[in-house]
Design a protein around this ligand. Structure first.
Ligand code: HEM
Length: 195
């Protein structure tokens, strides 16, 4: 089995748990509130900020990944500014001591999350409360027309990894989903009002 196949299969259950966690019912019913939307944006910002910072520490290992072409924090910062929501305090410790190989497992989770973004954006637009706030929304538009090309390029990086590192990459992807859940739960208690 290829590394990409293993990642998809082995993280399927934890991906389903993630979907459940992220306001699935109101989201799919077109009833997500502005407060819940802003929470999702803050969770993604905390996650991607920590991941981008960690990846930037290993420019040689991540050269083919082209970090500057995959940054999501500028999109999230624009979306939060649109809602007048301040940036949360960053979580620099989230990926602080992860090896480059482990960070590739984390990058898989970050890049994969862009695939579901299109579906989420569709659901967000069904909410009457959110519709007027989404005119300039950027993050959930993801890579747009470049999505497939970007996912394939990431797949080529996975295909180039040594077999002896596969276990570590899959384990790191699991840990990353769990870390994402922790950030979601931790920040839920601190939801500021959307003004
Ligand atoms: C309600 C929220 C979400 C929905 C509805 C959703 C939905 C999806 C869908 C439909 C795909 C497959 C896309 C395709 O094959 O073209 C996908 C892939 C993926 N998503 Fe999500 N997703 C959500 C949230 C997330 C989050 C928050 C993360 C990460 C923290 C994530 C990580 C991934 C990953 C890693 C893949 C790639 C699976 C593969 O290897 O093919 N998703 N998601």
């Amino acid at each position: 089995m290829t590394l990409a196949e293993r990642l998809r299969l082995d993280t399927r259950a934890v991906h389903e748990e993630t979907e459940e966690l992220l306001y699935t019912e109101p989201l799919k019913a077109g009833q997500l509130t502005a407060g819940q939307y802003s929470h999702l944006l803050r969770v993604h910002w905390l996650f991607h900020h920590a991941l981008e910072t960690a990846i930037d520490r290993h420019p040689v290992f991540f050269q083919a990944y082209r970090p500057d072409d995959r940054r999501k924090t500028p999109w999230l910062e624009a979306d939060l500014a649109e809602l007048n929501i301040p940036l949360p305090d960053p979580l620099p410790e989230l990926f602080a001591d992860w090896s480059p190989v482990a960070l590739l497992g984390a990058a898989y989770v970050g890049e994969g999350s862009m695939l579901g973004g299109k579906v989420v954006f569709h659901h967000l637009q069904k909410s009457p409360e959110l519709k007027p706030l989404l005119q300039n929304a950027r993050f959930y538009r993801g890579y747009g027309a470049e999505a497939l090309e970007k996912w394939k390029a990431f797949g080529a990086i996975l295909a180039g990894q040594k077999e002896s590192d596969h276990d570590q990459i899959v384990e790191a992807a699991h840990r990353t989903f769990r870390a994402y859940h922790d950030v979601f739960r931790h920040t839920k208690r601190q939801n500021p009002a959307v003004v």
